[in-house]
Write a protein that binds this ligand. Structure first.
Ligand SMILES: C[S@@+](CC[C@H](N)C(=O)[O-])C[C@H]1O[C@@H](n2cnc3c(N)ncnc32)[C@H](O)[C@@H]1O
Length: 481
């Protein structure tokens, strides 16, 4: 039986005024109600009426034939945390119980333990790696997507070891599993809201790019009003519960400027200066309240890769570790270019024109007509405004790249050898993977699997650039050693 169910089974007949489950101090409001089965539907209806939105349970535990544990969406849990009168009354009258802070069964428990090492006395190196003092460190990757942070931090010269990754999207999770051999013992597929702090392995660094749609210039910019915009609180919760030495979070620059912030104009050769708005200030304050010194910068991956990709990186070091992130040298990091040929232009990452993936990425006549109409409606010209110049950096790869209706999508009109394409084509999945700086052995779907290819375009457009994460990770660990 679910532990929370045991705890609260007795409470169903008399309402406990002082429920033992705790409100979560930093994370998103979370909780469940325990109700007799026959009241579940009426409770859902009253929730929908009161909250003026459709409510779906985040999970239902049926470990008692008569009584259900209904895991609430965050907005409903928040209302009950605030003792919403109608909802509270309904529960009281129907001998139900609200269980604040209760999470679903923790996905970390579902992880298979890693294969045990052969029984030999621990070597000096292994011991040192365990406490992170030799350059080795352990990290937890939230909102893992397809593992961009992991690729950057597990590079041998960086020395990271992923001990737990969490991702809710089954497609991203399956790409992750395909590419990381130990995923069974490391990837917890499921909602971060159900990741319990009690079962976290020991770790030194927390990393993650929390969902950016609520802050993206391309979205509706609902910011913190969007449920997904609140997920940064889950990063804060895991920080508070796990107290790692440091963290790296990533997001779109729109997060910095939202709600009253600003950026200076684009001047060639100069880095834009950002002034944070209220939303970003609130997020930084939350991170500080978890016991960390915090700093941030907007960096452009063009220094590292053939792609223009501005992202904000928030770093933090635990206060008791001393100056930590105040020592972080952003400028030296930006100058740490990769080899020139790797960072050069789109032409360097293009596949041969006769490769099956290139042929498959050509627009069909019908698709071409559709794309042209998207441009003509906006008064733009596809061959100019929709063209990727192979001798420049690519524009930012977005999750909607492989979408005909996306005006932001740009196409290749010329092959790597300079010959014109028959019809414009998308960048291939491999080309996108290279633009992000993922390694050549990263497995991408074949062009024959159209569904997997579509999902892959979405996932790679959401990812972080591992080469940039590598230098951030190295610099951050140096600051706290
Ligand atoms: C911006 S992407 C991060 C991509 C990742 N950094 C990478 O390199 O691939 C955000 C990810 O958060 C995941 N996500 C969104 N809501 C989530 C939730 N409630 N729990 C766990 N993961 C979630 C999305 O499916 C998406 O893959």
């Amino acid at each position: 039986m679910h532990a929370s169910a045991l705890l609260f089974a007795a409470a169903l007949t008399s309402i406990s005024l002082d429920p033992p489950a705790m409100k979560n101090p930093v994370g998103i409001s979370i909780g469940a109600v325990r109700l007799r089965r026959q009241h579940a539907h009426s409770f859902q209806k009253i929730l929908q009426d009161e909250l003026k939105q459709r409510v779906r349970w985040r999970g239902v535990d049926k470990d008692d034939p008569e009584v259900l544990t209904l895991h609430l969406p965050a907005v409903a849990a928040a209302s009950l945390d605030d003792e919403h009168p109608e909802l509270t009354r309904f529960l009281r009258e129907n001998k139900g119980e609200y269980l604040p802070g209760v999470r679903k069964k923790c996905p970390t428990l579902a992880l298979k333990p890693p294969p045990s090492p052969p029984p030999s006395p621990p070597s000096k190196k292994a011991k040192k790696d365990d406490d992170g003092s030799s350059g080795g460190f352990r990290f937890v990757e939230l909102f893992a997507g397809i593992g961009g942070f992991r690729l950057g931090l597990e590079r041998p010269d960086v020395g990271g070891k992923c001990v737990l990754a969490n991702e809710i999207d089954p497609h991203a999770a399956s790409i992750y599993r395909e590419n990381f051999a130990d995923s069974d013992s490391c990837l917890a597929e499921g909602d971060v809201l159900d990741l319990s702090g009690d079962n976290l392995p020991k770790f030194d660094m927390l990393v993650g790019g929390f969902p950016c749609q609520p802050f993206s210039n391309r979205g509706e910019q609902k910011g913190l009003d969007d449920d997904r915009g609140q997920l940064y609180r889950e990063m804060a919760r895991i920080l508070k519960e796990g107290q790692p030495k440091c963290f790296i979070f990533e997001n779109v620059p729109g997060l910095v400027t939202m709600d009253g912030g600003s950026r200076t104009g684009r001047v060639k050769g100069e880095r834009p200066r950002f002034t944070p708005g209220a939303v970003f200030e609130r997020i930084l304050k939350t991170m500080r309240s978890c016991g960390y010194n915090v700093d941030w910068q907007v960096l452009n991956s063009r220094k590292f890769l053939p792609q223009m990709r501005e992202r904000v990186y928030i770093i933090g070091t635990r206060i008791d570790l001393g100056p930590g992130c105040e020592k972080f040298n952003w400028d030296s990091l930006i100058l740490k270019d990769l080899k020139e040929e790797e960072t050069a232009t789109v032409r360097n990452i293009m596949e041969p024109k006769d490769s099956p993936a290139v042929i498959a990425s050509e627009l069909t006549p019908a698709q071409l007509a559709k794309v042209k109409s998207v441009h003509s409606k906006r008064g733009t010209i596809l061959s100019e405004d929709g063209r990727i110049d192979p001798d420049c950096k690519a524009p930012t790869l977005i999750s909607r790249y492989h979408t005909l209706s996306s005006f932001s999508t740009k196409f290749i009109f010329e092959e790597a050898d300079g010959t014109p394409c028959r019809r414009p084509r998308y960048l291939t999945p491999r080309e996108c993977t290279r633009l992000m700086g993922f390694p050549e052995d990263f497995i991408v779907p074949t062009h024959e699997d159209a569904k997997a290819t579509n999902k892959y375009y979405h996932a790679i457009g959401n990812a972080v650039c591992p080469p940039l994460i590598s230098v951030l990770g190295m610099e951050l660990m140096n600051c706290i050693r």
